[in-house]
Write a protein that binds this ligand. Structure first.
Ligand SMILES: [Zn+2]
Length: 173
């Protein structure tokens, strides 16, 4: 925030009407810029004195200290607010992690339930790592190969059975 903007916000600050989004930069500027702080203290003294006069109250002893106290109070409030936001962020992150873990656990359980009874470890591990088998070309190639091999074996078996004499076939069975 530059001096021009800071000075334009002094009145709003004194009247507690400064936009919340501008307050942190305004406070920072007042900490760093003696000229603007002087302006704030002068304007604060004038405004407060007029108010006190209107209300018939006594004038303050030290307007400058009042301004400093007010600035410090606002800084502390902002810091508390920032801490609260940080805390909420951590809580939200933890909730994400915990719910993610819960979802993961549920899926794993389903995988166990669906594939463990068949005791096909390769299938199980593919699903366990979240690979969609219907779209996995390696898995499909293996499946196709297995089917071809099985078909070939059946063919050979059928041919062998055909070639065997009836007695031997009976003996085999
Ligand atoms: Zn300044």
């Amino acid at each position: 925030m530059d001096c021009k903007e800071a000075k334009s916000l002094i009145e709003a600050y004194i009247e507690h009407k400064i936009p919340a989004g501008k307050l942190p930069q305004f406070l920072d500027h007042m900490q760093q810029c003696k000229t603007c702080l002087d302006d704030l203290q002068v304007q604060y003294a004038i405004c407060t004195a007029i108010e006190q006069l209107n209300r018939g109250e006594d004038f303050s002893d030290d307007y400058n200290s009042e301004v400093q106290r007010d600035l410090a109070k606002n800084r502390q409030q902002l810091m508390r607010h920032a801490r609260k936001i940080r805390f909420l962020r951590v809580v939200t992150l933890l909730l994400f992690v915990v719910s993610g873990f819960a979802i993961g656990l549920t899926n794993t359980k389903n995988v166990f339930r669906t594939y463990l009874p068949s005791t096909q470890e390769s299938r199980f591990s593919l699903d366990y790592y979240g690979i969609d088998r219907s779209r996995d070309p390696v898995y499909q190639a293996i499946q196709k190969y297995n089917e071809e091999v099985i078909a070939k074996l059946r063919e050979l078996e059928a041919e062998q059975n055909k070639e065997l004499p009836d007695e031997e076939r009976m003996g085999q069975e």
